[in-house]
Design a protein around this ligand. Structure first.
Ligand SMILES: Cc1cc2nc3c(=O)[nH]c(=O)nc-3n(C[C@H](O)[C@H](O)[C@H](O)COP(=O)(O)OP(=O)(O)OC[C@H]3O[C@@H](n4cnc5c(N)ncnc54)[C@H](O)[C@@H]3O)c2cc1C
Length: 320
């Protein structure tokens, strides 16, 4: 049987990888281009102070049969987080989408599993795509179609669109280590949904089995969109001490006990739901991920599959 494609996928986050897998399973030749040296994008795990710390996606939920099947067949090594998330009044925050799960080896391992068997060019940034009547050109090579799995503003730049399908908020993340007390006995996370506070949430990684080494507690705190916007371009020394202080207030930890801290900046963290626009993509161009769906693991994975079906019908309509 004649192979369809080739199709270029830009970005090896969960949506790009899920799209690439679905196309490959349907017999399409696929090549994935990833600017970073690792796959996963915002599904990122860092080895920090000897601990395995999720610095992007903290946990995921699974509602659809299709996603549950994927987890059970391809991933398998995931576990539920038992402890609750508490709000400012110490009330349990019930998750409407069911139990929260994490991956034993670090959440990034899910991306690693999805990348298996794919033709992925790491350390390869794609700045622009050229569209012509004969097809699509990416880094000097011809493709039948291209899928951008990048956050909206980056997709707009890649395809030369007049505007982004959606604007994004940045997110500043603080990693903190404490010696002695195991804070995971209290809860999994504390959240402050009121965006006027500097902190949005603070998660205790000790709730994930085997991640934290020694007699330590490790936290991952996310700054609110407002605070993150204010300090997005600032060096860590301008905002990290404030985030540590706010985190200690939230968990009632006496100050001066933090044994290590670090930060990470997500420039395009989450879409601003109120700022979605309809944009027309060039012929042969597609996009997937949270620039067109909810910003959750399950939704972007499902969207990758959905776009793969759209690409397949485009390829069969345009094949001669
Ligand atoms: C701090 C934080 C916490 C979160 N927590 C959760 C959570 O607990 N649960 C949950 O369900 N969701 C969470 N999310 C949302 C979730 O991370 C995203 O919805 C999801 O990871 C988006 O995946 P994606 O594949 O669409 O995009 P991305 O993961 O952003 O993938 C895009 C990829 O493209 C690459 N790239 C960028 N530019 C180029 C270029 N020019 N050329 C080639 N490659 C390029 C990037 O390196 C990246 O690998 C969180 C997000 C953040 C930022």
């Amino acid at each position: 049987m004649k192979k369809l494609g080739p199709v270029a996928i830009i970005g090896a986050g969960l949506s790009g990888l899920s799209c690439a897998q679905a196309l490959r399973d349907a017999g399409v030749t696929v090549r994935v281009f990833e600017s970073s040296s690792v796959v996963g994008g915002r599904c990122a795990t860092r080895l920090w102070q000897g601990h395995l710390v999720d610095i992007g996606i903290q946990y995921f939920t699974a509602q659809s049969t299709e996603f549950k099947k994927e987890l059970l067949t391809r991933l398998r090594q995931f576990r539920p987080i038992i402890s609750p998330i508490l709000d400012h009044d110490n009330k349990v925050v019930v998750n409407p989408t069911g139990p929260r799960f994490y991956v034993l080896q670090g959440n990034n391992y899910f991306a690693h599993i999805l990348s298996q068997g794919l033709d992925i060019r790491l350390n390869t940034r794609v700045e622009t795509i050229t569209f012509s009547s004969s097809g699509v050109e990416c880094l000097g090579e011809p493709f039948c179609a291209v899928v951008s799995s990048l956050p909206g503003p980056l997709t707009a730049r890649l395809f030369g669109l007049p505007r982004s399908p959606v604007e994004y908020d940045p997110c500043l993340v603080a990693l903190m280590e404490y010696a002695g007390k195991d804070y995971s006995r209290e809860c999994y996370a504390r959240v402050q949904p009121d965006g006027s506070e500097p902190l949005l949430s603070s998660h205790c990684e000790n709730n994930k089995v085997g991640r934290v080494v020694g007699d330590k507690s490790v936290f991952v705190a996310q700054a609110s969109p407002r605070f993150s916007r204010e300090y997005a371009d600032a060096p860590p020394e301008n905002y990290l001490p404030r985030l540590v202080h706010e985190h200690e207030k939230l968990w009632r930890i006496p100050s001066g006990q933090c044994t290590a801290s670090s930060s990470h900046r997500w420039l395009h963290a989450r879409p601003m739901e109120a700022h979605r626009h309809r944009v027309d993509l060039p012929h042969g161009a597609f996009n997937c991920g949270d620039s067109r769906t909810d910003s959750t693991v399950e939704h972007v994975w499902l969207d990758g599959r959905k776009v793969a079906r759209e690409v397949l019908s485009f390829l069969s309509e345009n094949s001669n």
